[in-house]
Structures are given as C-alpha cells and as structure tokens.
Design a protein around this ligand. Sequence first.
Ligand code: PEP
Ligand code: MG
Length: 325
Amino acid sequence: KKEQLQLLASVDAVTKDGVYFNLAANMNSIKELDIALQNGAKGVGLFRTEFLYMDRHSFPSEEEQFEVYRQVAEKAGGSSVVIRTLDIGGDKQLDYFSLPEEDNPFLGYRAIRISLDRTELFQTQLTAILRASAYGNVKIMYPMISSVEEIRQANVILARAKAELDRRGIDYNKEIQVGIMIEVPAAVTISDLLAEEADFFSIGTNDLVQYVLAVDRMNEQIAHMYHPFHPAVLRMLRTTVEAAKQAGIPVSVCGELAGDERAIPLWLELGVHDLSMSTQSLLRVKHRILNTKASEAKVEAAACYKLRTSSAVEERLTAFAQRSS
Ligand code: PEP
Ligand code: MG
C-alpha cells in the first residue's frame, strides 16, 4: 500500500472529472523538506519557523535564519514557500525567552502579539525572510491575526526591514506577497475587511476549531468536543472563502483538516483548491482526490452544510469517502 501510494508522488492531484488541487506541505523542521518533495509536495504552504527558535539558548540571528530560509526557497524551485513568522506562546515555549505564566496561554501573549511587542525580534526575522526572497518564490504570512491594525502594524515593521535592506544594498523581492492566517473567529467575521489588507488567506483550522468551539486543542479531557466538522466551523470556512473570492485574493487551508481526506468534498464545494498538510498526509489525500468525482462530492458537501450536528456531518463525509475509495 505504501509503495503504491509512493507511485503517486509525481502524479497531478486531480479529481476523476478534472478538478485540480495544489497540494503543498506543512514544514515543522528542515529535514521534512526532502520528505515533502519526495511525496510530491508542490511547495511549502506553511513553514512553521518556530523550530528555528527551539532547542537552543538564544534567538537565531538574521544570518542563521536567512541560511535556512534561502535553502528552503532554493530547494522548492519555483514553487511557493509560505514562511509564517514566529508563532510561539500558547502551546509553544522557548527555554531562553521566559514568557509570563498565564491563566489562558492560548488567549494570551502569543504569535503576532509577541512580534508586535518585541519588534526588534520581528524585524530580524522579516529581514531574513526578505533576503531569502531573492532566491525563490517566498511569501510572508502573519499568524493569529485578529484585527486590521495588526496587519498594518506588522507591515510597518516589514517596511522598516525593507528600508534597511535598501540601505545595505541587499537584494530582495520588492513585490513579496504578504498573507495572513485566518485562525481566530474575529478574523473570520471581518474577513472582508482583512482581505483588503492581505495578499492571501490561509485558514488554520487547528486554532480556528479551538477558538470557535472554545475547546482547548491540547486538553485531552475535552478532545471529544474538538470537532472540525461542527456546523459552526463549516460556516466559518464559507464566510472566509467568500470574502477572499469577493476581494479576489487566493485562499488556502493549512490546518490538520486539509490532511483529512473526508474534507475533500467541502473544499470542492467551496472552490478551495489549495491545501497544505503534513508531509505524511500528502499521498493519502492525493489518492482520495484521484478517486473522487467533484460533481458528486459537491452535492454531498452542499447537503452537509444543511446538517445540524457535527456527528451527522462527519458520518456523511466518512460514508462518502468510503464509497469513493
Ligand atoms: C493552525 O492553527 O491550523 C495552524 C496551521 O497553525 P498551528 O497548528 O501551527 O497553530
Ligand atoms: Mg495556529
């Protein structure tokens, strides 16, 4: 089975009736890039830069970061590499950067909030990413955006990083695309406003599910309530995709739901054809896409949007996936 799946690495991800998907990889470490490419990933849809900052004693320098980002950009060839700026806090801690004890770390000092507070760290990272953009198709993505101001403030630091590179006479892509993660309910509800400020959206279902349902993604006791197929989540997906389409910007999905083959009908119905997932999911999802008829899947998904419970949606999508395998 594994060998058979491996044969799909070089095959396009296209449904039986000709709908193409772009399947990119989520990267949690530099080692994963080779596996991703072996598994036929079309670029990196989510580069989790946290690992660069972990298992060490101090923040990585601009030079250290640049080396890694450049390597990834070059190895990906012309494919897009979406580099997400630092997303620590919440479940992710750094030994040398003592974050205050918090009652609700997932609602606290994390991700873009830290970057906008510690702007020198943020500018260093942005400078490194910008430098790498001269070596491939690099894009920037801000995590955990919940307001228009955050994008604007982040872009001020980005402009500073660009100005500094101009002063230093160092090359970078002046047209670099800057997107945001949609992973906070507020971002969904103002997605029409955010779409005017961002070049692309990437929906992070891991956090989005946690925040929409108020179910801590790390808490085992309530893991059974963590329901990606909850009707509230489905509605949030639709709102986000419609806002992106209205504004004419691309939208992709990079949370774990993208790697769940049962969700394929939802993407087809919404018209989302860009998915980024863990490297182990790529071939499995592609296999299912190859065995799916988009016309049938869309009918299923449309029916799912009318269902009233998570379990009804999940059962329906599971049954459809089994039928089309
Ligand atoms: C997400 O929240 O869905 C996501 C992709 O980011 P992370 O899992 O790193 O929080
Ligand atoms: Mg997230």
